[in-house]
Ligand binder design. Structure first.
Ligand code: MN
Length: 326
């Protein structure tokens, strides 16, 4: 598509990918403290960007004494990795693999569920503002039985060329920029980009990956398409660089997510990822029975010890693939 606002980065039309813009929907998380998130994935028309299968964006939320913030009691996961990334605030993580740590801005925490894990997440008493994302990565079939894991890494800040801003690569590799050591099971990238007002970037990317840009603040032109705060703009594989322009007079903060197209179909329900309705029904029954499959979260001090699973719907859960449900 032609882009008259950024003539210096025009490329022939044939090389310009279309952008699928997914606007966020507000979802109350429930739990002990009320918290609402902006969810873009999964969406009716799109299940994945690479193996990224879940994108919740929240805040900035004011956290007063005893009000607001996050207090999620122990709950299970299967078949996925969670990636916690904060812009502001601090969250205390505990899981049944024995990990206990703090999630802080600029430091990635990646938890691998494998066959089963349970964890709790609570914003710390010192937190005044909570602002970040919760991302899930679908595990491929050969990693569904992976052992429980938890990795933490303080991400270095890379300078972008031309004084455009900075990048923090928290998962995978951005060509010519940073690389993250955390374990993933399919080719994947995740990075925070901070751009100065008016910056015009051509970000080098792996052309075998599809990508999405999630805008946290500022206004962005992504491949010539305007994105507002909370929008997820998605492009197919094929491009070796992505054109990102900080279009307003304010700085831009955005997350670039990408990966090799994930060709498996998954069934995703509540906190579980599996391959069939039966996988999910079994995981639910195991959690409700207190099975060792999920283990015990030590040290969680909240008023309830676990979050019960909701009832399964009265119909069979359907698999979803790259283009949505079937
Ligand atoms: Mn969780």
């Amino acid at each position: 598509m032609p882009d008259t606002q950024v003539p210096d980065v025009q490329v022939p039309d044939a090389q310009v990918p279309d952008v699928q813009v997914i606007g966020p929907r507000e979802v109350p998380l429930g739990g002990i403290r009320a918290m609402t998130v902006r969810r873009t994935l999964p969406h009716r028309d799109r299940s994945f960007v690479g193996a990224w299968c879940f994108v919740d964006h929240y805040g900035p939320d004011h956290v007063g004494s005893g009000s607001g913030g996050m207090d999620v009691a122990p709950h299970p996961h299967t078949g996925l990795q969670t990636v916690s990334w904060l812009f502001d605030g601090e969250i205390e993580h505990r899981d049944s693999g024995g990990a206990h740590g703090l999630v802080r801005p600029g430091e990635v925490n990646l938890m691998t569920a494998g066959a089963g894990i349970a964890h709790s997440e609570v914003s710390t008493p010192a937190t005044r503002t909570l602002h970040g994302v919760q991302l899930w990565v679908a595990l491929p079939a050969d990693a569904l039985g992976a052992p429980r894991g938890f990795e933490h890494w303080a991400v270095p800040v890379d300078e972008l060329p031309g004084g455009a801003g900075t990048a923090r690569v928290f998962v995978g590799t951005l060509p010519g920029l940073g690389s993250s050591p955390v374990t993933v099971h399919t080719p994947l990238v995740g990075a925070q980009l901070d751009l100065v007002p008016g910056a015009r970037m051509q970000v080098p990317v792996d052309p075998t990956h599809e990508h999405a840009l999630l805008v946290d603040r500022g206004r962005v032109q992504f491949e010539g398409v305007s994105l507002e705060r909370g929008d997820l703009g998605c492009v197919e594989a094929g491009a070796a660089e992505l054109r990102i322009v900080a279009a307003g007079d304010a700085p831009v903060r955005a997350l670039l997510l990408g990966g090799a197209p994930f060709e498996e179909e998954i069934v995703m329900w509540w906190n579980f990822v599996g391959r069939s309705h039966e996988d999910i029904a079994t995981a639910r029954a195991d959690w409700e029975a207190g099975s060792a499959r999920f283990g015990v979260v030590p040290g969680y001090a909240g008023p309830v010890t676990r979050i019960p699973a909701p009832a399964l719907p009265g119909v069979r859960l359907r698999p979803r693939g790259r283009r949505g449900r079937h």
